[in-house]
Write a protein that binds this ligand. Structure first.
Ligand code: HEC
Ligand code: HEC
Length: 355
């Protein structure tokens, strides 16, 4: 080997060592900047209505009903149709499409941990899971019609397997709209997501999150100010709040006349402050549940996060709690990475349906 090449190589190696030493010396100082925020792990106690106690038989029955398209007016939609594993247990299309191909006006939300809400739907118009189930079954989602539920229940009770199970689980009532809704709700109360990487981290496994996710977690709690509305560990501050919690982020207002805008919570409360305000969704499973927002207008998670972190969309009623937090592209990436730590481990299993 010619000696000039040798000298050059030695020089490069020395240069490398000098830089490496310098980098090592600086690193501990950077890492000491701020300890990561404390991650709460413990979920609040789930409230079970007194008139609908959980039993394994009832849950199994509700599980079948949730997956049974025979409940819908045309046999095309089960509850699961719009809350599928493949879509993070939210909807596939921006706006849901109900029985008979009916175009609905909102996006199907993720239903993990939904039992922690005390008001259901994006506008909180339903006060219990039981009422919500009847709403979805009678309304456009499944198209049966609120007045036809009793008749439909009589027809479904002709399915021998259901008849038998309802007799056992609801001996006094049998198969009625109310008992169907109760069984479905009991099943929904078992859809608990508490096994994410975040949960393992919160319980003390420091390696459950990557360095980038830890940076994202700190931003979520700090500079990004996300936890104001998406408080851990449920990641929706609306959960456990009677009546729910609603904010106008401006979603669905851009370039529209007032009378074309979905007024959200305002239709329920008739309070001006609720105009075009929607319920704070949980962010659990969010990396799997695109598209986003009540109207499905957020196509990607980075896009949805950027919109939230830069203050939402300006309109006459936007909440002052959303503002441009001045996050860099790298910080936004870290936030998105952190949200990936909220992926739920479980999936809904297809049950055997009764004949
Ligand atoms: C055609 C699609 C479709 C079907 C079928 C459907 N849903 Fe939904 N679901 C939606 C949409 C869309 C929303 C939000 C509607 C709104 O906010 O106005 C929703 C909301 C919900 C919510 C409220 C979640 C929250 O965060 O407030 C629950 C719970 C739910 N559905 C359960 C069910 C059950 C139980 C059934 C079967 C009886 C069902 N869904 C059938 C599309 C569907
Ligand atoms: C003022 C309360 C508030 C704050 C602060 C807030 N959000 Fe939200 N977030 C909401 C509301 C309300 C929605 C639903 C808006 C709609 O659909 O109209 C939402 C929706 C989302 C969604 C879409 C979820 C889905 O399932 O469709 C993501 C992702 C999200 N927020 C992330 C964040 C992040 C990241 C931050 C911090 C940078 C943040 N949010 C700060 C209230 C808030």
């Amino acid at each position: 080997m010619p000696s000039t090449t040798k000298t050059t190589r030695a020089f490069v190696i020395i240069l490398f060592i000098v830089f490496a030493v310098a980098a090592c010396k600086r690193k501990p100082v950077e890492e000491k900047v701020a300890p990561p925020p404390v991650a709460p792990a413990a979920f609040p106690e789930l409230k079970i209505p007194q008139d609908n106690p959980q039993t394994p038989e009832k849950v199994a029955l509700g599980h079948q009903l949730f997956f049974d398209a025979r409940l819908s007016v045309d046999g095309t939609r089960s509850c699961y149709s719009c809350h599928q594993n493949e879509h993070g247990n939210g909807g596939e299309t921006p706006l849901a499409v109900g029985a008979k191909g009916k175009q609905l006006t909102r996006h199907s939300p993720v239903i993990w941990n939904t039992a922690y809400f005390e008001a259901f739907y994006w506008d909180g118009r339903s006060g219990s899971l039981e009422a919500q189930a009847k709403g979805a079954w009678g309304g456009g989602n499944m198209g049966v019609g609120a007045d036809n539920l009793a008749k439909k229940a009589v027809r479904l009770a002709k399915i021998r397997g259901y008849k038998k199970q309802f007799k056992s689980v609801f001996p006094d009532e049998g198969m009625t709209p109310d008992t169907i809704a109760k069984a479905i709700s009991a099943y929904e109360r078992t859809l608990i997501c508490n096994d994410t990487a975040y949960d393992r981290y919160a319980k003390g496994d420091a390696n459950a999150l990557t360095e980038q996710q830890k940076q994202g977690w700190a931003l979520f709690m700090g500079k990004g100010q996300c936890a104001v509305c998406h408080a851990p560990p449920l990641f929706s501050s609306a959960m456990g709040v009677p009546g729910g919690l609603y904010y106008n982020a401006g979603i669905g207002t851009a370039g529209k006349a007032d009378d074309q805008i979905d007024v959200g919570r305002y239709a329920v409360s008739e309070q001006d402050a609720d105009w075009a305000a929607f319920k704070v969704p949980s962010l659990r499973n969010v990396s799997k549940s695109a598209p986003y927002f009540h109207d499905g207008s957020g196509a990607t998670l980075p896009g949805a996060v950027k919109l939230m972190a830069t203050g939402g969309i300006a309109n006459k009623n936007k909440t002052p709690l959303l503002a441009d937090r001045g996050l860099s592209a790298e910080e936004l990436d870290a936030l998105v990475a952190f949200l990936g730590a909220l992926d739920c481990g479980g999936t809904l299993q297809q049950p055997v349906l009764p004949k």
